[in-house]
Design a protein around this ligand. Structure first.
Ligand SMILES: Cc1ncc(COP(=O)(O)O)c(C=O)c1O
Length: 447
């Protein structure tokens, strides 16, 4: 091809869309088997339900009729029996009835993963220049999607109880004062064992959040997009009720969940429960995307739910991830408990797959920083925190955090990975470790 040949002219949206930086981190770990990846956002491969899926697949295909039904196209909203099962499942998790939430199977849409639904829901509400409120930090695939759609982000502080209601109110009030409230379309939050921090929105804040967003829905209704991807992976008792479950008339909250984390990401099947007003618009878009998610996967998941295999598997996962979480927390205490205790801390997730580590501000955890390079040469990778801060024009991404996952590697590698991380930190900051003492005790408390 010569230089004078015309080139494709890409859309503005394609120009705004970039590859997720985490892909290259996962590649790094995959290419080099000696590297321990505390970065990859995959589930624990050893726990994937191979036997159950084999059995259920055989059942589907053991009779011509059921095999043909599953191998045919499905409908755009998804298999009706699965949508009914989803309602029963969510009602059981929330301890309320479908009538309490004013939902029917018409309010349920099955997606090709919950990611597709997060995308479509945002796409039908947000024009370039509109505002989406997120947590700070937030799930980087979602904030990447916001960049792609040309949305502007306003991020709200979090603490150990999740999104700060005070900071949310202040943000909304500021936007009202500047005349920008009309551009606010969505408040997005990952409210269970958040990706990346592992933090869960406390039960006390859930209803309040709903009320605050409702009170600012004056020019139009602001949607609360509740991403509950990790909800079922609780290690400590029952996870709190969803924000959705506090809404009796089903008008503002979209609940997005997935079977990826709790059963198998390879089936890439998720669901959302939406207000009537949004369902039709989402279905119109979904019919342009794929006019229905994998019908076979839906038949399989329906059978897993009906047979009890799904519930049994979730129990296995919860125990497994609890052991791995504990291994990571113990390792962090042992390896970093004596490192600048006033400025080093980590979260203690009640479930999910992630721990968020905060280091002193002068330590740059970014992909081009010295720590990332040192960690790589020690043979460990993490997700730099700076990827997790959406494009909020008022703020700069924070650079002294990292997301660590305990999901993909076994306990021994978790311990080894954290020991390598300590060595990497030490190689940059030698002399700043103190013998475990008062600082260590404080760290345990923080953790
Ligand atoms: C917070 C969060 N939401 C949604 C998803 C999407 O998952 P899936 O599309 O597989 O349902 C993920 C996947 O990692 C996630 O971390």
């Amino acid at each position: 091809m010569t230089n004078s040949e015309p080139k494709f002219r890409f859309s503005a949206k394609a120009g705004r869309t970039t590859t997720q930086p985490i892909s290259s981190l996962i590649d790094l770990a995959v290419q080099n088997r000696n590297v321990i990846s505390l970065a990859a956002g995959l589930v624990d491969e050893q726990t994937l339900p191979v036997g159950e899926v084999r059995k259920l697949t055989e059942r589907i295909l053991s009779d011509e009729l059921s095999g043909q039904k599953a191998l045919q196209y499905g409908t755009t909203p998804g298999l009706i029996e699965l949508r009914e099962a989803v309602i029963r499942h969510v009602c059981e998790l929330d301890g309320v009835s479908a009538e309490d939430m004013s939902i029917t199977p018409d309010n349920v849409i099955i997606g090709s993963g919950s990611q597709q639904l997060l995308y479509i829901i945002t796409d039908i509400l947000v024009d370039p220049g509109d505002i989406v409120i997120t947590e700070w930090p937030s799930y980087f695939v979602y904030t990447g999607l916001l960049t792609s759609l040309g949305a502007s982000v306003r991020a709200v502080e979090m603490d150990n109880d999740g999104m700060s209601i005070k900071s949310l109110k202040n943000t909304l009030e500021e936007l009202k004062r500047s005349g920008d409230l009309g551009r606010v379309k969505i408040v997005y939050l990952c409210d269970y064992y958040q990706n990346p921090t592992g933090i869960t929105l406390s039960p006390e804040r859930r209803e309040e959040l709903l009320e605050v967003v409702r009170s600012y829905s004056t020019e139009h209704r602001i949607c609360i997009l509740e991403d509950a991807a990790y909800r079922e992976l609780s290690c400590e008792g029952r996870a709190p009720r969803s924000i959705k479950s506090y809404e009796p008339n089903n008008t503002m909250v979209v609940l997005a969940q997935t079977f990826s984390k709790s059963f198998s990401p390879g089936l890439k099947t998720g669901f959302s429960i939406l207000p009537d007003e949004l369902s039709e618009a989402v279905l119109d878009q979904k019919s342009c995307h794929d006019f229905g998610s994998s019908n076979f996967a839906q038949h399989l998941i329906l059978r897993a739910i009906r047979s009890g295999d799904y519930a049994g598997h979730v129990e296995v996962l919860r125990r497994r991830y609890m052991d791995k979480r504990d291994a990571m927390l113990t390792s962090l205490r042992e390896n970093l408990g004596d490192f600048e205790p006033e400025q080093t801390s980590w979260t203690t997730p009640g479930g999910g797959l992630y721990v968020y580590l905060t280091l002193p501000e002068r330590i740059d955890t970014g992909p081009n920083g010295n720590l990332f390079k040192a960690a790589l040469s020690e043979g460990v990778v993490y997700v730099p925190g700076e990827y997790c801060y959406g494009p909020d024009p008022r703020r700069r991404p924070e650079r002294n955090h990292m997301r660590l996952t305990f999901a993909t590697v076994d306990e021994q590698s978790i311990h080894e990975g954290i020991a390598r991380l300590r060595r990497a930190i030490r190689s940059l900051t030698d002399g700043n470790y103190r013998p475990a003492g008062a600082g260590f005790a404080r760290k345990v408390e923080q953790a």
